[in-house]
Design a protein around this ligand. Structure first.
Ligand code: HEC
Length: 422
């Protein structure tokens, strides 16, 4: 995945924020769609089996209608499935270009698997044209490939969310780590809620006039749709709650909690519409139900994104800093080496450090006194920072020349001394 990193450009702080907004938007297209592809294919295959066993006409019809509703057509599969995933990879490679980004490997594998899966699933869908000759094998192979594609996708996102304290245990070790497994199972459960909601919405609301089904079949579809949606949505509050517990603690902020509460609000609203749908059997509630499920997912994406942005703060500061560097090079400001300690400090250190308060890094007034009389050690640290305090992320290498590092060290020592004397 290194070629992706090479392609990436250093970003200003504003660009990095923009990247996070773009990610939210694209994930909001990708996740619901891919959830429906997975849930819809799985359910359609299940119904085909049931049809064979019970010779059930309704199951036969629904297996076909369902796969048609969730896959729409092949171009849509490309636009809503593969293109967003590829864009997600590009965005992540921008965000993680200075870190070690195992997450990109998972997203890349996920993309490959999904490309294969989509082909099989559309083959399965198209084979419904030849009644009596449905290509079940394509459906099953497609389902297995989406399954593993989603697993890798979830691993990639989970590593990004837990970026600040992720201890990688190798490709498969990470795939089987507790957090990844929990989030993957959650994803599968949520995907059935989306599929159920999507089925009800697609069947009863979209293009409703085009269908002329008998009442018995409609009742059958309503019953199945409601049952799937309910039996998966009932777990969502618990999943949202556990997800909150496993976020890295230092990445939580008030806004994360706000999104969690909003998510709970939407899902309870969803229960309400589900209930209305059962008691009133009115199709307008299918649209409301589907929208509330989508909004619930949006809140989870937003809180994930906030946590990602918090846990990659150091990385982002490093990127912004390289951007400034390149910008000043372009402006022709490099010239002879600038040896003004204060100036270098403001450019290279000020984004992460202050003397008296904690920013990304610790306040200098607290950590620098141990270097009094040991300037060489400080210069060495600045030129090649190692891990010191486990409560902080590691400081990235600011890439200073020896003389520059010395000038900064002089400056920092002098200011800290002055501060402490006051
Ligand atoms: C991208 C953010 C970032 C930048 C830029 C940065 N630092 Fe740091 N710095 C940190 C973090 C995070 C730590 C805490 C590291 C740790 O404890 O492992 C730290 C720790 C330190 C420490 C304490 C080391 C110790 O032994 O406790 C010093 C001194 C320091 N930085 C100086 C500098 C100087 C000088 C610069 C500019 C040349 C600079 N930093 C640029 C993030 C940064």
């Amino acid at each position: 995945m290194d070629f992706l990193k090479n392609m990436a450009l250093p970003q200003s702080a504003e660009h990095i924020e923009l990247l996070h907004y773009l990610l939210v938007l694209i994930l909001f297209i990708f996740i619901p769609f891919i959830s429906m592809i997975f849930g819809g294919t799985g359910l359609s295959l299940y119904l085909k089996r049931k049809e064979k066993k019970d010779l059930d006409e309704n199951s036969r019809k629904l297996a076909k209608d369902l796969i048609e509703i969730v896959t729409i057509n092949k171009n849509v599969g490309l636009i809503l499935g593969l293109v967003p995933l590829f864009t997600i990879i590009i965005l992540f490679s921008q965000l993680f270009q200075t870190g070690d980004s195992t997450n990109l490997i998972y997203l890349g594998v996920s993309f490959l698997l999904l490309t294969i899966a989509m082909n099989y699933i559309y083959d399965y869908k198209n084979s419904f044209r030849y009644i009596g000759n449905v290509d079940l094998n394509s459906g099953k192979i497609g389902l297995v490939f989406v399954f593993f594609s989603l697993w890798c996708f979830v691993a990639g996102i989970t590593i990004a969310v837990n970026y600040s304290d992720w201890q990688s245990t190798g490709f498969f070790g990470d795939l089987f780590s507790g957090v990844v497994i929990f989030r993957f199972i959650s994803f599968l459960i949520v995907s059935f809620a989306v599929t159920g909601g999507g089925l009800l919405f697609g069947f009863f609301y979209m293009d409703r006039d085009k269908r002329d089904y008998d009442e018995e079949y409609e009742n059958f579809v309503r019953k199945i749709g409601v049952r799937i949606t309910f039996s998966s949505a009932v777990f969502i509050p618990l999943l949202i709650f556990i997800n909150l517990l496993i976020f890295p603690n230092d990445s939580l902020s008030t806004s994360v909690f706000v999104y969690v509460i909003l998510g709970l609000f939407f899902i309870f609203l969803g229960y309400h519409f589900l209930y209305m749908l059962i008691s009133k059997a009115s199709s307008k509630f299918t649209a409301l139900l589907f929208i509330t499920i989508l909004f619930t997912i949006l809140t989870v994406i937003m809180s994930d994104q906030l946590v990602i942005s918090n846990s990659t703060k150091v990385n982002s500061a490093g990127l912004a800093f390289r951007y400034e560097e390149i910008l000043s090079e372009l402006k022709g400001e490099t010239g002879p080496v600038v040896l003004n300690g204060e100036e270098i400090y403001n450019i290279k250190c000020g984004s992460c450090h202050k003397f008296d308060v904690k920013l990304v890094g610790p306040p200098h007034n607290e950590v620098v006194p141990k270097y009094f009389g040991k300037e060489t050690q400080l210069v060495a640290f600045i030129r090649n920072p190692g891990r010191v305090d486990p409560n902080f992320p590691a400081m990235p290498n600011p890439g200073l020349k020896p003389a520059e590092a010395k000038a900064v060290a002089d400056y920092v020592l002098q200011i800290v001394k002055e501060n402490l004397e006051q």
